[in-house]
Every structure is written in structure tokens, then in C-alpha cells.
Write a protein of this length. Sequence first.
Length: 128
Amino acid sequence: MIKVNSTCTVFATAELRERLSLGQRREDILAGLHHAIILRAMSLLARSGGVKNEFTFTGGVCNNAMAVKVLRDLVRTNYSEDIVLNVHPDSIYMGALGAAMFALEDSRAGQVGLLPSFVTDARSEIRS
């Protein structure tokens, strides 16, 4: 794995081009890029208290085997091998499922069609 120093897309792109021109293998560069991106996400997570006993990884990136491998390795290295990592390929639907559950809850409470306050506030500002 090649160490990629930047997670900023502009700088990472330049760095990747440079590494390719030096003859480094694409798969090694991509492994390094995955590592840099997941490491950045893990550093943000650490600021909010880190991982305790269990970690759930959702979204489309769960279908990226290299991202999951890097995440698993980083969690084990930086926290513990005993931490349960919940990853499922169908987790790409978790955001939609959560939105549907909120809508169902609102519907059952008789609040069908209510929008979050930031949306209604924005609408009133546009009208005035």
C-alpha cells in the first residue's frame, strides 16, 4: 500500500497522477487512497468519543470491499479486536429506511406532510 498524504480531492488527484508517473501500481495507490479516506473518517469519529463495543458502518461504501477491510483493520488496530463491526451490503438502504420510519411515525401521530423546521424557515424567508 502506498501512503497517500491528501484526502482533499484536488491534491489527492495530483498526488495520484504523480505516483502513476513514477510507475507505482494502481492497486497499491488505490489501497493507499482507501486508507487515507477511512483514516480521515476515523479521526472525525475519534473526536466525538470514538468506538466503544460496537461499530455500525452504513451506506454505499459498505459495498466497497477494500473500504470495509481498511475500516476493519483500523478499528482493530486503534481500538480493540473485540469490537463488533456491523457491515451489510444492503446497508445502502439505511438512510431511506430511516426516512421512511420517521414518515411512518409522523403519519401515526397525525402529522402527515410536516417538513423539518429548517425547510419551513427557508420557505418563509424566500416568500418575504
